[in-house]
Design a protein around this ligand. Structure first.
Ligand SMILES: Cc1cc2nc3c(=O)[nH]c(=O)nc-3n(C[C@H](O)[C@H](O)[C@H](O)COP(=O)(O)O)c2cc1C
Length: 364
């Protein structure tokens, strides 16, 4: 079901497995890798409407699109209808194929500026902001929300209905509140309630479920328990673009050592093409290497060296040297799913509080 096409306004996505916008992660190199593996849609990470409108240099750099990215979405968060209108108009004119409004980011400094999940608190204002974005573009418009700000103020039904009323083409619901850490399991009934409320207003709205999709089985569970039209993959894609290969019906979820090496090296090539063959580029690649380094025997040794790579050549050498220690047809194991202690992506809460990679995009 997830491998069937999905109509989103004027776009037809090849399948229903989307890569989330991820601050500090979904740059052009990673997006290209996920797209090649089969991701139905990819996004530039969350941008601040204010930073965009004052033409902040780092924000403008984040708009860079590779020629291979035929279809590309972008996400923005803004404090009021006027600035959201102006930012969405600018992103429309910049040629992005679809625009998403972030109303779920939990990072303290974002929320403190009245952005991201702070917008969930006032449904009437949220509706005005979505309506302003709707007036600014004819391109497919979507909104990403959480269940509510806190457990005591869950308002996913009211907000979902408001988003549908304001004319959004798609709604993505992350089944946690702003106060929940990743230790809290995503609430599938919470997502289902939002999907039902949005469809009661607009039966054609595209509903996407998000949260805890770490493997294809989680995606199928999300669809059957919530009735959503597709899934957005977040932490489940870190170091694991192969999740899209499976969701797109193109192959196995676990890569062999040979496939792993080939893909990681290609990612490093795209990374060097984008950032240059520099020490900074190597440092930026470390987090991806650490995420790729899971699920094979002896990865702790690989992790240690990934943490210190100082050139792109060294990064490539580390990957190939590691691959040579294992049989080429060995498949990545299940320890990925079990390894909450070993796998760095399960320890994201601390990183989120520091606002991973979103420093410039969110502070305005
Ligand atoms: C490093 C990181 C960066 C993120 N950046 C964004 C972002 O820019 N925009 C967004 O809507 N969500 C962002 N998120 C939230 C995810 O898209 C997603 O909603 C959340 O992680 C729940 O999904 P999961 O449990 O499958 O990871 C980020 C999450 C992480 C871990």
């Amino acid at each position: 079901m997830l491998d069937s096409p999905l109509a989103l306004g004027s776009l037809t996505l090849p399948n229903r497995a989307l890569l989330a916008p991820l601050a500090g992660v979904t740059d052009a190199p990673f997006r290209r890798i996920c797209q090649e593996m089969g991701a139905g849609l990819t996004y530039v990470e969350m941008l601040s409407a204010v930073a965009l409108l004052i033409r902040n240099r780092r924000t403008l750099e984040m708009l860079a699109r590779h020629p291979d990215e035929d279809v590309l979405g972008v996400q923005v968060t803004g404090p009021d209808p006027e600035r959201v209108f102006a930012a969405v108009r600018a992103l429309d004119e910049a040629g992005f194929d679809t625009i998403d409004l972030n109303m779920g980011c939990p990072v303290r400094k974002v929320v403190g500026s009245g952005l991201g999940s702070a917008l969930l608190k006032d449904t009437a204002r949220l509706e005005e902001i979505v309506a302003a974005a709707r007036a600014a573009t004819k391109r497919p418009l979507s909104v990403k929300i959480r269940l509510g700000f806190a457990a005591a103020s869950i308002n996913v039904e009211a907000n979902s209905a408001a988003i549908a009323r304001a004319g959004a083409d798609m709604l993505t619901i992350h089944g946690r509140t702003r106060e929940d850490t990743y230790a809290v399991r995503v609430s599938l009934p919470g997502i289902a309630a939002g999907v039902t409320a949005a469809r009661a207003v607009n039966p054609r709205i595209v509903a996407i479920g998000n949260g805890d999709v770490m493997a294809a089985a989680d995606a199928r569970r999300m669809v059957s328990a919530t009735g959503c039209d597709g899934v957005m993959v977040s932490r489940g894609a870190l170091g694991n673009p192969w999740i899209f290969r499976t969701l797109a019906g193109r192959g196995e979820e676990s890569p062999t050592v040979a496939e792993w090496e080939q893909t990681v090296l290609r990612h490093l090539d795209y990374h060097a093409e984008h950032y240059g063959n520099t020490e900074l580029a190597a440092r930026l690649s470390r987090k991806h290497l650490l995420w790729y380094a899971s699920g094979f025997p002896h990865v702790h040794q690989l992790r240690e060296v990934c943490n210190t790579v100082a050139s792109m050549d060294e990064a490539r050498r580390v990957v190939s040297d590691f691959a040579r220690t294992l049989p080429a047809d060995l498949r990545r194991g299940e320890s990925r799913a079990r390894g909450a202690d070993a796998d760095p992506k399960y320890q994201m809460d601390r990183a989120l509080d520091r606002g991973v990679g979103a420093e410039d995009s969110c502070d305005a």
